[in-house]
Design a protein around this ligand. Sequence first.
Ligand SMILES: [Zn+2]
Ligand SMILES: [Zn+2]
Length: 314
Amino acid sequence: MLNIGCHLSISGGYAKMGQTAAKINANTFAFFTRNPRGGSRSVPDPADMEALRLFLIEKAFAPLVAHAPYTLNLCSDKENIREYAEQVMTEDLRLLDALPGNYYNFHPGCHMRQGTEAGIRMISDALNRIMQPERKTVMLLETMAGKGSEVGGTFEELRAILNRLELEDRFGVCLDTCHIFDAGYDIVGHLEDVLDEFERVIGMDKLLAIHLNDSKNPIGSHKDRHEKIGKGEIGLDALAAVITHPSLRKLPFILETPNELDGYAEEIALLRRIYEPGRHQPASASGSPADPAAHLAEHDAGDESHRQTGGDRQ
Ligand SMILES: [Zn+2]
Ligand SMILES: [Zn+2]
């Protein structure tokens, strides 16, 4: 089964996100642990997080990909900004112990004219303080578009950070299709070559999640503007090749496209049809040798929306 979901709002709490995901036929999702523009968050209710933990097990969800606030900068030229980022990420990682086995994805940082090498050193030093052996979440460095002074716009820069990590096995990479296309990696014409390069520089064993986005801009523009699936410069065929690629097809795919919930539901349905043609064909299904897992997933999603209509007061 395709492991796919989208970014969901945490405003209704943790358990609510699980229910919303099931409603749109997602089996993973992403969320900001707090307001992405600021750093504040209300203290979460442990019972709410536990309810989500049990729900994820019951529904056999793929790992979630929580996202750190994108304003954090571990390699700022200002010490207080670096310290704040480190404090937030340390707190978030502790919080996520309540949802063990999921991912925490973050942007490596912007070096602010201090140079890429200095940035790499500051990021890895901070990560070595943030990640402790008792933590239960793997942290994912995101591939970046190389906008401004962003660190992580090349596979080499991500590898250089990983090389400096004491607990390297607690870290992986989240590949964003819009970002790497924007950074100049040609996933449209040469996906195989790009993946070969990822394997050679970083290692495919480090690739643990994918942000599936189309791009508003052409290859190499370093702009980082996401577009709806099939509506941008990457296009549906290239994104279909990503989700069905033998080395990628089992990873969790997260949509960060400019959509509301119904738009995400449509993209999820579209990508599921591409991933497993025939699975969602109408009629005749009752008598046909349908995939029992597919039937189960649809049945579960139906149950969930039923529960939602009955019990949702928010
Ligand atoms: Zn991101
Ligand atoms: Zn992303």
